[in-house]
Write a protein that binds this ligand. Sequence first.
Ligand SMILES: Nc1ncnc2c1ncn2[C@@H]1O[C@H](COP(=O)(O)OP(=O)(O)OP(=O)(O)O)[C@@H](O)[C@H]1O
Ligand SMILES: [Mg+2]
Length: 351
Amino acid sequence: MQQTHTNNDNQPDANTTGASEEHNPVIEVQNLSTCFDIDEGELRAVDEVSFTINRGEVLGVLGESGCGKSVTGHSIMRLIQKPGRSDGRILWHHQDGSVEDLLKLKASGKRMRSIRGGEISMVFQEPMTSLSPMHTVRKHMHEALMLHVPGITKKEADERAIETLKLVGIPDPPATMEKYAHQLSGGLRQRSMIAIALCTSPSLLIADEPTTALDVTVQAQILQLLKGLQSRLGLSVMYITHSLPVIAEMSDRVAVMYLGRIVETGEMSEVFENPYHPYTQGLMRAIPRLDRESGTRLETIKGTVPTPLDMAPMCGFCSRCPEFMAGTCDTTIPQLREVEKDHFVRCFLYE
Ligand SMILES: Nc1ncnc2c1ncn2[C@@H]1O[C@H](COP(=O)(O)OP(=O)(O)OP(=O)(O)O)[C@@H](O)[C@H]1O
Ligand SMILES: [Mg+2]
């Protein structure tokens, strides 16, 4: 049974990151936290993250390895396995105007299964592990279509599958349909994954590092493909990557994550030209030339991201920050504040 909520009840920190009156949100993530209990303590992979993605918009989620990008995507898809847990609200806006909090749904229930892969699809970081080695491309697409398009016949599913494989630029769709993942080149495998994700016509695509495993030329082709599909289909996209040049090419807005928190967010061009957070500035400095080829790893900020275990109330970046202020940055968590119109930063330098 569908739960509907209106969107104007008591919501602290609600539209801090991107939603405004004139926009048309497809998803509003509000104060999302996802934790795992591990032997060493509580690991807070995602910490009070809020953002909005509007219809037809690309939000880039940027940050180094371990900062919580994938866990954010998996939390939206309700793929976090117990004893992992998510708190907050994930408000999904249906086409008919009703709004549903995905965190109130049972992860394995009918309603969530219909949204997952139907209204929200994800292209996963590991193409080989997210495609079953036992299934052909046809079988993957049939399963998605049978689940999400009630009453579809096998013939119609085949037609839809071929149409979608053509859409993603696969040269011989009928032959590709019969292939298993290991029989496809990296580029064709990723195109097939995108086709499987899109065959159900979702409103939101979560693309998690979709080009990492590919060589540079194929990466560029897949980025072009996603960009073209996004504008042709009017898709909303959450594009996850550690690569600033890729984010700059793909996104309308960006959310920079560090240690489970959003530290800076705003219009891509604004953040790119005018980064405020020392972490974002560090990422920028790690690119000697802005026209450098896409997909280059950004690993030149001094030190590494700590593990978000039993975190003290402090700025997560303080152990690496060139602007560190003792007694301030290591005693309190800075809040995300608007420093320019629609440009938010979580840093004591701007408090
Ligand atoms: N199932 C899990 N159990 C315990 N810890 C987890 C689990 N999944 C992720 N984590 C931890 O949560 C944190 C965030 O992980 P996440 O996979 O979201 O990082 P990421 O930003 O996607 O990194 P990468 O760029 O390497 O993909 C990491 O410290 C990771 O070790
Ligand atoms: Mg990841």
